[in-house]
Design a protein around this ligand. Sequence first.
Ligand code: HEM
Length: 411
Amino acid sequence: MDVLGRPLVDRTLPLLAEGYAWLPNRMRDTPGPVVRTRILGRPALALRGPEAVRFFYDERNVHRHRAVPEPVLGTLFGHGAVHTLDGAAHRARKSLFLPLLAPERVAGLVDHVTAAWDDAVPDWSGRGAVVLFDEAATVLTAGVHRWAGIPLDVCEERATARDLIAMVDGFATAGPRHLRARRARARQEARLARLVRHVRTGGASAPADSVLDLVCRHREADGAPLDGRTAAVELLNVVRPTAAVAWFVAFTAHALHRWPGHRARLADGDVPFVTAFAHEVRRFYPFVPFLGGLAARDLYWRGEWVPAGGLVVLDVYGQNHDESLWGDPYAFRPERFLGRPVGRDELIPQGGGDPATGHRCPGEGITVGVLEALAVRLARMEYTVPQQNLTIPLHRVPTRPHSGVLLAAIR
Ligand code: HEM
């Protein structure tokens, strides 16, 4: 500690080495769910729990402007993305995404994705074996493009899915995965910026009220339209995370393999159970490790302090596995979500707080809806699971079953 009691030793390297387990391990060593440390050269305060969520999402405490490191912007979110805005600028940009919460929009996307899945299954049957993660990403990419009004040739679906997945896969690492993510983003931003230009100059049309139409017509807080590159960034902020639902589809297949007793209830389409299963997949499996922002002023939380400009970190994975919230958190039990409302700030795989006013994911309804539909389809599908490496390494961010879940003899 220095003279002001600030931790001196930077923990970025242990964080990169331990991945999802790093913060929960540190939390275990402290009396309250709060850890003071140093990350990326800054003093940092890590917290968890529903009250901590409300503290974190209060703009008077934490802001996002300049909080996202460039390597994450250059791969995952895109420069100038909604994730990086605060206050009036954030609210104006967020209004672009709030229509995605409407049940009829969610249902429309689910229809497109399930149609793409049903079209793909006969092809999977004709092949000896398929990697579910890759196939699900292609199906999701095809479905979300049709729903969003973004043209995509069938022969481009697989390569586009690869790019969208690469952007997520490479954000938290150095080396080849990161370079692949940057190249993928550059390609996809260029493609979508071209499309936005064509729509605006009359060379292409956007179906009325589609996501493409909304983005092309959007006005910022100052009344200005989005420049072409930022419009492309925000289109990608819809199609990329939808393709990323492939992570949860692979986790669903993993869960069905490990705990086959759940298959019958899913296959029956038992609606409350299907929803509970989707929530448990999002809670149990590791995807988002934590979220970060910058202290808007000197902040105190549970007796710990971080100076203005320090990092405030919300321990997402740790909260979703907090014994005091979930009881037996490392058991996969969808039943825990039956007959119990899901607390807004308890289950936070896609952020906490109110999506309309804060940074919570506006695609949560879409994620749950798509996952429900595809979990039922998976449960009804006949297949074998050949010998393969299904381990999910916790040091890799984002992680997934090592094999991607190889399925054979699909019918
Ligand atoms: C794979 C499933 C998904 C996961 C795990 C996920 C997770 C998240 C998380 C953790 C955040 C950040 C919350 C925060 O900063 O406080 C977020 C924000 C966001 N997500 Fe998702 N998301 C998913 C799917 C989606 C989908 C399907 C869409 C759109 C169709 C979407 C669009 C967005 C947007 C636009 C933001 C930025 C919101 C803002 O900054 O105000 N996400 N998501």
